[in-house]
Design a protein around this ligand. Structure first.
Ligand code: MCN
Ligand code: MOS
Length: 764
């Protein structure tokens, strides 16, 4: 393991290894040398290969599936159709809502979107399965489809009352406000596009199922598989030690998983199924397309009096996805009058899903663009207007913020960026034929909390082992849990081995909502504290211990050695102490569940999201915050936009590992740049089909698109948010990037683009 310490930071190894140190990723070497085995890289005896056949229409019914030629093709073991696949039971949803007692078929007869799985071919080799899948002939009775939100047939949709937020009298206050702005903001379908596509290997041994599958939630997915196949939860093992990115898309067991596990059961052989890149655009949902109108009533000083917000997001014909569009709108600025409502509209698409900061991300595009528009309307600097409307407490929950270093973020970001040198008028800054624009926007993400569980072992050689069924998809879980255990027990992180990604380990809930780091550092801290207590207890009380005669009531453990606090006795290594007291290990399981929790509570906490603590629970409202300052250069002739400078100041509370948190923030900002300038799922309106379903046509940023990104941490420890004082990091930084870029583009060009992405045809 190498420790890269940056100048000016904790520069010696020991400091880098404690919580708050800049330890490099402990899983890094395994990943870059190829030693890390991803889910579908397992080599299993007798492995068969499944390939999906998908609907080519967006709406209608399968009339017939002709499998004769496929069945006769070389190497084919089975062709699965709705008629031949085994029957499964419907599983509960991720809230744990009990399912209707009805069968579940992962292959569709009723088609509600293009790309729906209708059949699967299983063969001895992958190539044989691909060849035979092309021979499956599906005929349909097609019916007209609703292409997207702009389709005339889409209608106004279904009101989602739970999303309604109202206080004061927003309509009246708006009507009487001296300054009024009103605009509509749209975001398109966007896709998580993780480098590793979805896929799995499923193997049955009797009624025990093992699934190797990239997963943001082993326990939740294991529950779903158990319910589908009606076997006990304990009979399902999910294995996912390394994951090539998820961004929200790998939290749930999906229909392709049910198909592969069914095939494995039917054949009595392990089956591998890997999605093609195009299938990753329809096998599960990306971010829903959204429409919002934001109206703001203010006085001539730019002080907001009323915000009225209406949002719509698309969902599928038979599934429900609500993208909470009022989430940032309702808390970012102080306003005495507020109204937000939301509808969903059913269209013929796969049900949309979670993608990095679902809700907050499009919500911020609306409100952070709108307040920028207001700033020009009243002639006040866009940074100044945000400070004038600063929310001193949560305007919605009417509670104090646990911590909100947003003012500090604005100040630090503005200083580093040089905001004071900005000239206010649009088109007033240029460099040759580049129009230069400077934009600012804020972002936020709530602190989601739940409970976690971990085991910490102090082993005979003095090393420490941590186990948890939580996961690392690149965020740094392995590393921060090593640091937490190392610091708590008093050893070097080099001597800690963290094992994750196996549902047989002590349980963990979903890695979603940027909550895992806070949850799991808490659990590991607790387990490690209890292991340390046991170690010290033994050293004091065991007659064979060299410290027994000391009659001390505590001892100090540091650098893997135990000593007396007064230093009046030679210290002893943990290994020697364990040897002298005749123990080969010390083990402690720690969970952060309330003391009176039942086994049922634990199961529910780890396998559903129903037990998460609201971010406004108790006396405080808890959120991470950020401010982005972005420079764009717009080519006046061609309308091309390049982001040339980013300075972001962020408040995620205490950072467990600043190097990793900065990397997370930069990743979020890069994804935000992609969202602002490139990303858009384009639908062929004749067939209701995503046409740019690959990474050549669905554009994500490359290195050449990304300038140096400067991130500044302005957080302070927030003990209302987590045991060690951290708030969420993973999703925060994407929130607010797109509006900061849109605002910069307006400053550069005088054109307000309210539809993402900001492509050149919208500027010329
Ligand atoms: N961290 C820190 N200090 C804190 C909090 C976090 O140093 N106070 C650092 C740690 O390295 C931690 C990481 O940030 O491992 C993320 O912590 P957290 O914010 O708790 O987020 P989660 O661990 O729950 O990760 C999930 C989050 C989500 S929801 C998405 S979406 C996302 C993201 O993380 N997907 C990612 N970051 C991703 N990063 C990678 N490489 N790949 C993805 O798919
Ligand atoms: Mo993140 S979208 O909550 O997995």
């Amino acid at each position: 393991m190498t420790v890269h310490a940056r100048h000016g930071d904790a520069s010696d190894g020991a400091l880098a290894q404690a919580v708050g140190g800049r330890l490099s990723r402990v899983d890094g070497p395994a990943k870059i040398t190829g030693a890390a085995k991803y889910a579908v890289e397992q080599q299993l005896e007798g492995l068969a290969h499944a390939v999906l056949v998908e609907s080519t229409i967006a709406s209608g019914k399968v009339r017939a599936i002709d499998t004769a030629r496929a069945e006769a093709a070389p190497g084919v073991l089975k062709v699965l159709t709705p008629d031949t696949i085994i029957s499964l039971r419907t599983a509960s949803d991720w809230f744990g809502t009990p399912p209707p007692d009805k069968p579940y078929c992962p292959l569709a007869r009723d088609i509600t979107f293009s790309g729906q799985h209708v059949a699967a071919v299983v063969a001895e080799t992958f190539e044989q399965a691909v060849a035979a899948a092309a021979l499956v002939k599906v005929s349909y009775d097609e019916t007209p489809s609703i292409v997207d939100l702009s389709d005339g047939k889409a209608g106004d949709g279904i009101p989602i009352d739970a999303m309604t937020k109202e206080w004061g009298d927003a309509a009246t206050a708006f009507a009487s406000a001296p300054v009024r702005i009103c605009a509509a903001y749209n975001t398109p379908r966007e896709y998580q596009a993780p480098m590793e596509p979805h896929g799995l290997i499923a193997r049955w041994e009797g009624d025990r199922l093992t699934v190797w599958e990239p997963s943001q939630w082993l326990d939740g997915m294991a529950r779903t598989y158990a319910e589908w196949f009606e076997v006990p939860f304990e009979n399902v093992r999910l294995v996912s030690p390394y994951i090539g990115g998820g961004f929200g898309s790998k939290a749930l067991a999906l229909s392709h998983g049910a198909i592969a596990a069914s095939a494995a059961r039917m054949l009595g052989r392990p089956v591998k199924l890997v999605m093609t890149r195009p299938q990753t655009f329809t096998g599960y949902g990306g971010r829903a397309a959204t429409r919002q109108t934001v109206t703001i009533g203010a006085d001539h000083d730019g002080v907001i009096q009323s915000i009225v917000h209406r949002g719509v997001n698309e969902t599928s014909i038979d599934g429900m996805w609500v993208e909470p569009l009022g989430s940032v709108t309702s808390i970012m600025y102080a306003t005495p009058n507020f109204s937000s409502r939301q509808n969903v509209v059913r269209v013929n698409s796969v049900v949309p899903g979670a993608m990095r900061a679902p809700g907050e991300n499009p919500s911020a595009f609306g409100i952070e663009s709108a307040i920028d528009e207001l700033s020009y309307e009243v002639g006040i600097d866009p940074l100044e207007i945000r400070l004038r409307n600063y929310a001193e407490q949560d305007p919605e929950a009417k509670k104090a913020w646990s911590t909100r270093q947003l003012r500090e973020a604005f100040a630090a970001g503005a200083e580093r960026f040089g905001w004071a040198r900005r000239t206010p008028a649009p088109r007033s800054m240029r460099d040759g034929n580049h129009l230069i624009g400077w934009g600012v926007a804020a972002g936020t993400y709530p602190v989601r909390r739940a409970y976690g569980e971990a085991v910490v072992r102090i082993l005979a050689d003095g090393s420490v082992e941590v186990e948890s069924s939580s996961i690392d998809m690149g965020q740094g879980t392995y590393t921060i849990l090593a640091q937490t255990a190392a610091e708590t027990v008093g050893v070097s992180a080099d001597d800690v081995v963290v094992k994750l990604g196996d549902s047989r380990f002590p349980r963990a809930g979903v890695t979603g909502g940027s909550r895992l780091a806070g949850v799991m550092t808490g659990a590991v801290h607790k387990a490690a504290t209890s292991a340390l207590d046991q170690l010290v207890g033994l050293a004091i009380s065991d007659p064979r211990s060299p410290f027994h005669a000391l009659q001390a009531n505590t001892l100090v453990v540091a650098n893997g050695r135990i000593g007396s606090p007064r230093g009046d006795r030679a210290d002893v290594s943990i290994a020697d102490l364990l040897k002298s007291v005749g123990r080969d290990r010390i083990e402690a399981t720690g969970d952060t569940m309330p003391a009176n929790s039942t086994a049922e509570d634990r199961y529910k906490n780890y396998t559903t999201i129903a037990m998460a603590l609201p971010h406004t629970e108790g006396d405080y409202s808890r959120h991470s915050w950020c401010a982005h300052f972005i420079e764009v250069r717009v080519d006046e002739d061609f309308g091309t936009v390049r982001v040339s400078r980013v300075v972001s100041a962020l408040d995620s509370g205490r950072l467990y590992n600043p190097k990793l948190a900065e990397s997370q923030w930069k990743g979020g900002i890069i994804m935000g740049i992609g969202q602002a300038l490139l990303e858009e799922g384009i639908v062929d309106r004749r067939h209701g089909r995503i046409v740019n379903n690959n990474l050549a046509d669905y554009l994500v940023p490359t290195n050449a698109d990304i300038p140096d990104i400067d991130v500044i941490s302005v957080g302070i420890p927030d003990l209302h948010s987590s045991v060690l004082g951290g708030k969420g990091v993973g999703e925060l930084a994407i929130v607010g990037v797109a509006p900061a870029i849109a605002n910069a583009v307006f400053h550069a060009t005088g054109k307000r683009v309210r539809d993402l992405p900001i492509t050149l045809e919208k500027l010329i």
